[in-house]
Design a protein around this ligand. Structure first.
Ligand code: ARG
Length: 252
């Protein structure tokens, strides 16, 4: 009897293992690893603390990797290289406060969303720009700084044209241009915007926001097995409160 029970238990364990633990039905770029592409100049989602990349996305990625039984490796690159790296398959996924957009969906697949974002407008404290509408006013020709390849860049270029929009490699460079008077405002995600305003004097964020969006992980097109595994992990991390705890740690 004991033997039969033991055998039954062993069988059950095997079945659950095939479905979940260890027996992943996807392969990753490097065996045993989950390689994430990001752009680590985007506090509080990803940024350097010494030579370590920390932040909301870094911690969520570590939690996802743990669920998949893999070791997380983070590769820092220009934001507009992430989708290329993911679609070429040199990394497993991208996690970078990245917004789901129709255009990006042509090149990559997205996981379920794990956070919402807002595009905010940073201006000098004494700016003539008081609300978002001022940017669209008749005869207005405000110079806008953005981070290259971000939704801020894409939407602002659409709305105000190439001549008025300058794209910088990092949000930090855009903010420096604002401090130096080379641009009149910076359009960037709200949380990094808050960090930039806190770390510099004389800047503020407009009360009205420019766009609302959803952040998700991007995965190579058609890699459904990995996408589903990441979706399941995110779902569990939302349900058990882990994502809330991580977010609360970085956003007070
Ligand atoms: N949410 C914006 C986008 O998807 C900006 C993200 C920038 N992320 C970063 N890690 N620099 O375009």
């Amino acid at each position: 009897m004991k033997k039969i029970i033991a055998l039954l238990l062993a069988c059950m364990l095997m079945v659950t293992c095939f479905a979940g633990c260890g027996g992943n039905d996807f392969t990753t770029v490097k065996e045993g690893k989950l390689i994430m592409a990001t752009n680590a100049y985007f506090q509080p989602y990803e940024y350097y603390d010494g030579d370590k990349i920390v932040g909301i996305d870094a911690e969520i990625a570590a939690a996802i990797a743990e669920k998949l039984g893999l070791e997380l490796e983070i590769q820092d690159m220009a934001f507009d290289s992430i989708i290329t790296a993911v679609s070429e398959g040199s990394v497993d996924f991208g996690l970078a406060g990245m917004t789901i957009t129709e255009d990006r969906l042509k090149d990559v697949d997205f996981s379920i969303s794990y956070a919402t974002g807002v595009q905010s407008i940073i201006v000098p404290e004494n700016s003539a720009i008081k609300t978002v509408d001022d940017l669209y006013a008749d005869g207005a020709a405000y110079k806008v700084g953005v981070q290259l390849g971000t939704t801020g860049d894409i939407y602002a270029t659409d709305d105000f044209g190439d001549e008025l929009v300058t794209s910088f490699t990092t949000g930090n460079e855009a903010v420096n241009a604002l401090l130096g008077g080379d641009v009149d405002c910076v359009i960037i995600d709200n949380e990094p915007a808050k960090a930039f305003v806190a770390n510099n004097t004389g800047l503020k964020i407009l009360d009205t926001s420019y766009a609302d969006e959803d952040y998700a992980a991007c995965i190579k097109k058609g890699n459904d097995a990995l996408r589903e595994a990441i979706d399941n992990a995110i779902e569990e991390l939302i349900a058990d409160g882990t994502i809330d705890i991580i977010v609360d740690k970085y956003i007070k």
